[in-house]
Design a protein around this ligand. Sequence first.
Ligand SMILES: [Zn+2]
Length: 64
Amino acid sequence: MSFMSKQTSNSKLKSTEAQSLQSVEILNHFRCGFCNKWWSIADAPIKNKWFCPWCGVKQTFKTE
Ligand SMILES: [Zn+2]
């Protein structure tokens, strides 16, 4: 019985490995100065003026 369950987990592992992908992303976190809510953009272009997606106010952000 234990042999059977080992076979099942082995074949599961093989199919997972065949489709695996790894990537690195840079996630930028912003905190709005007007509504105080957080939001994030992955691989954002380098600029410091953004519209807040929550309240829509355009503002300048500085990196902490
Ligand atoms: Zn806001």
